[in-house]
Design a protein around this ligand. Structure first.
Ligand SMILES: NC(=O)c1ccc[n+]([C@@H]2O[C@H](COP(=O)([O-])OP(=O)(O)OC[C@H]3O[C@@H](n4cnc5c(N)ncnc54)[C@H](O)[C@@H]3O)[C@@H](O)[C@H]2O)c1
Length: 325
């Protein structure tokens, strides 16, 4: 497999570390608007650094590409890949704009290209065990969130670049809500501001709470905060059904599933989840079989629509219907 990267920042390196362990994978090209980054990445993992995307695609001829761009930078790269029908895995969120995502989706569908999105938690054993149980015993209530510190990348704290914490980060939990509970229909969000002071250009909410109504009739509450620096709050998700409660803890989404007062099942989350996700994507490309991918582009667009509806409710102070993609 000849592979290439578009965007060579933090998450690109996480993928590259795992991919570099595979003997059947050759790095053939890297492209980044910051040429020095593309060069450093190529020096470490192999392949040729390019300062022109079309040139990389036409000369290096990759079989599969990882698109690891910040939320504001999507569009051009995906359309160039789709024009050439090159399969790719795009990191979440697929954009900060539903209009851009819809335009890309049109081309994904028209070209029939395999496109995966980076919702890696869908590959976890813990998540899929809960999904299996919830298929028979549907969720009644969900609550969860990302209560963490602020990531270091400059674009994260500027809402028009990142989309804010819901779109950029808690999107993982919004996506799991869809994967485990079903489609959301209505959201109502409230946000907190003014606690975080003195951070240049910072304009995202310090915290938010989003009430969700699902098509099934279940309800949920999804929280985000980047205010806490102690690391004590973290990532969590609890799902309550009539016969089960699934309690996920931490980034690794280890789960305890309570089946009765005495019966429990525990599954520890995989630390190498990006490798598992990338193996599934490459297997799907090799077999030309999208069913091996758990988060396809069209599905990830629905998660974006869900997150952007929450943003709209934050802005308007009104309940917002989650739009169809
Ligand atoms: N799945 C996960 O858990 C996870 C974790 C971290 C980041 N991410 C996602 O990955 C994406 C990238 O995050 P990051 O932390 O790697 O950011 P980053 O800022 O470290 O890296 C982004 C890279 O893209 C480059 N870039 C920007 N615009 C470009 C363009 N138009 N064309 C080519 N290159 C361009 C930048 O120069 C930079 O090198 C974000 O959407 C983020 O949400 C996902």
């Amino acid at each position: 497999m000849r592979i290439a990267f578009v965007g060579t920042g933090g998450i690109a390196r996480r993928h590259a570390e795992g991919l570099a362990k595979r003997e059947d994978v050759t790095f053939v090209g890297t492209y980044d608007v910051d040429a020095k980054r593309a060069q450093a990445f190529a020096a470490q993992y192999g392949g040729t650094p390019y300062d022109d995307l079309a040139e990389m695609l036409d000369q290096a001829k990759p079989d599969a590409v990882w698109v690891c761009l910040p939320p504001f930078a999507h569009g051009e790269a995906e359309l160039a890949l789709l024009e050439r029908r090159i399969p790719f895995l795009v990191e979440k969120p697929v954009s900060n704009s539903l209009e851009t995502a819809r335009r890309i989706l049109e081309e994904v569908e028209r070209s029939g290209t395999l496109v995966a999105a980076g919702y890696m938690n869908r590959y976890r054993r813990s998540v899929n065990r809960a999904r299996e149980l919830l298929a028979e015993d549907p969720a009644v209530l969900l609550h969860g969130g990302w209560l963490v510190g602020m990531p270091g990348v400059y674009w994260w704290r500027v809402k028009k670049l990142s989309g804010g914490q819901i779109v950029e980060q808690t999107t993982h939990t919004f996506d799991l809500a869809r994967y485990l509970v079903g489609e959301p229909v209505l959201v109502y969000a409230r946000g907190a501001k003014g606690f975080i002071q003195g951070v240049p250009e910072y304009d995202v909410e310090d915290a938010s709470v989003v009430a969700v109504e699902f098509a099934s009739g279940a309800v949920g509450s999804l929280m985000s905060s980047c205010a806490n620096q102690s690391g004590g709050a973290g990532v969590h998700l609890t799902i309550v059904a009539r016969g089960h409660v699934a309690i996920f803890r931490g980034w690794e989404h280890s789960v305890v599933i309570h089946k009765s007062r005495i019966e429990q099942e525990q599954i520890t989350g995989e630390p190498n989840i990006f490798e598992i996700e990338d193996d599934a994507f490459l297997a799907a490309v090799e077999a030309n079989d999208p069913s091996k991918v758990r988060s396809l582009y069209a599905d990830a667009c629905k998660t974006l629509a869900f997150c952007l509806a929450a943003n709209e409710s934050l802005e308007t102070g009104e309940p917002v219907q989650v739009p169809a993609v």
